[in-house]
Design a binder for this molecule. Sequence first.
Ligand code: HEM
Length: 443
Amino acid sequence: MASSAGEMAPAARTCPATEEERRLIAHATLLDPTVHARPRTFYDAMRKLDPVHYDEQLDMYLVSRFEDIQTIQQDPITFSVNKGYHNQQAKGFAAEFREILERDGGGYFPDAIMSDPPYHTRIRKLMENAFTAHRVRELEPRIEAVVAALIDAIADKGTMDAMRDFAIPLTTRIICEQLGLDLDMKDNIQLWSTAVTAQIGRMQDGAEMRAHARQICNLQQYLIAKMKARQAAPREDMISDIVHAKDGDGDGDGEGAMLTFAEALSLIRALLVAGNETTATALGNLVYILCTEPDIARLLHASADDDRLLNRFVEELLRIEPPVRALSRMTTRAVELGGKYLPEGAHLLLMYASANDQPDIFPCPRHFDLQRKNIVRHVSFGGGVHRCVGAALARMEIKVAARALVRRFDNFRLAVAADELRYLPTVATRTLERLPIMFDQRA
Ligand code: HEM
């Protein structure tokens, strides 16, 4: 069984609600760090008692059922990413945030990919052109080499912080190489990613927002210089592809409009952040499970030479511990969802982690089951027109890392008590801040 430490077994959807579940629905908020650390009881309670639950403190509706999330994904006009994302950004401090970026960050560049069709359709196509599955397949040997070097560096120590020494350096390095950024900026890139993610996290105060905004200014200034250099002299990297991207590339459609500079900058910033934090979170989750679920560690070791099983392992890992647990939408008209009337302008959080945990879709959802018939049905990469553009890269990084870790090491264990582990303060992801572990080398 894979589950976060200390969590209760799942209640079937037909079971009557417990007192604890009623109390959670009446009083709990996603902003509460104790709910954040062990959210599954709250998810169960919402799905059972109030599937589109209004969280007063967040001022958002939490959409917890698989079928309601699917309804939203199939109607990107009624459920707007553009409005949802931009209203969530720097919530409470939006005007000040914008002012800081305009003054010190080269400008305020709204996220072009966080938009709605038909505009989104054009942007998405240009982004995909720079990010083909073909390019990802070619990357496997490179990812293997980076993973091997990271493992070599810690092998003799028998201990590491799996976030700081493994997950973050791996994902930062790969996305830097792909985009064409300088590797010696990796520490900055980590700070920048956290600063951008915090803007939709809803857990920063004014001082933190200003500190994060300063980091984003530095990030933008750095990217602007890189983009200008690639405009003048293109290279074999994604920044070059994006600054020179035109509609119709690769389709034989002929050339159309290019991305504006502001659109291109926002896409590069989005790729940098999305390609970094989320996959590092997934790797942290993997190592946590290896430490706390020895049966699953053995299962992974037994699957390491079988590519099909290994792929299934990655899918089940993503389902059971989704790195992105919730992202937002806003209604553009009054609509009924999950039996609840929502007015125009209702701000929603799509609780992907809850949908993955729904027992009538994924029987025994806490059971790590490689034989699951619908193993790829999870919503960890979202769905519909906004489905994750980097899914192939993320899957590849996780697969290569998982295989290498269990081939070289055994007997993974936490170096601190499970309840000492802390998560980054954001409602969007469930990311371990650090993960001190110990391990033995295989003979
Ligand atoms: C395990 C790692 C990852 C997870 C769990 C993840 C998850 C997601 C999810 C849930 C969405 C849907 C957003 C929504 O519903 O609003 C998404 C979209 C997106 N992801 Fe990922 N992602 C991962 C890795 C990556 C990587 C490696 C990249 C790029 C390098 C990336 C780039 C993007 C972009 C650009 C979008 C926006 C797509 C759109 O709105 O059209 N992601 N991701």
